[in-house]
Ligand binder design. Structure first.
Ligand SMILES: Cc1cc2nc3c(=O)[nH]c(=O)nc-3n(C[C@H](O)[C@H](O)[C@H](O)COP(=O)(O)O)c2cc1C
Length: 155
């Protein structure tokens, strides 16, 4: 499996999950940076709505890979503007996609549904998905990630 983990993280939790996947499955990894200046939650909503997040890289170079993990924190019951933008900018034709998100309380199922829809619009095939609750220690986040990979028969 030639795999890439693509993720956005603000406070580190999704990054921890992404790096745990990398370590467990020996994947490549790519962090998406968002340079947008967010002053309030309205900015998150508006940026997502008009798809104006200022991200780096702008587009994914995924030719080499057959499987791509895409991870985001749940923000207001949705994916982050950065991940929405990178998916919008990429054609996932003939790629298997595994989605993951992290959250404290809920909204992950709705966020996941929106991500699946967006990936399918971009010609990708979602073959797995998992959510990690991050109301716990880093060690527990890593353990929950390993369990999720095991449950998907990836380890
Ligand atoms: C703007 C914002 C909105 C959030 N919305 C939700 C939410 O709808 N549901 C939830 O359970 N957690 C929510 N959270 C908490 C994050 O999803 C959670 O802490 C996540 O693990 C953070 O990931 P990160 O450390 O990779 O940035 C929100 C956090 C932020 C900053």
């Amino acid at each position: 499996m030639r795999s890439l983990v693509v993720f956005y993280t603000k406070s580190g939790n999704t990054g921890l999950v992404a790096h745990t996947i990398k370590r467990e499955l020996k994947t490549h990894i790519k962090e998406i940076t968002d340079y947008t200046h967010y002053r309030s939650i309205f900015d998150y909503l508006f940026t997502s709505l008009i798809d104006s997040a200022s991200i780096n890289p702008r587009k994914l170079d995924i030719n080499y890979y057959d499987t791509i993990f895409i991870g985001t924190p749940v923000w207001l019951g949705s994916m982050t503007p950065a991940i929405k933008k990178i998916i919008d900018n990429t054609d996932f034709k003939n790629k298997n996609i595994i989605l993951f998100n992290t959250m404290k309380i809920g909204g992950h199922e709705n966020a996941m549904k929106k991500m699946v829809k967006l990936i399918e619009k971009q010609n990708g095939k979602v073959v797995g998905a998992f959510s990690i609750r991050t109301n716990c220690s880093d060690l527990e986040i890593m353990a929950r990630t390993r369990k999720a990979l095991h449950d998907l028969n990836l380890t």
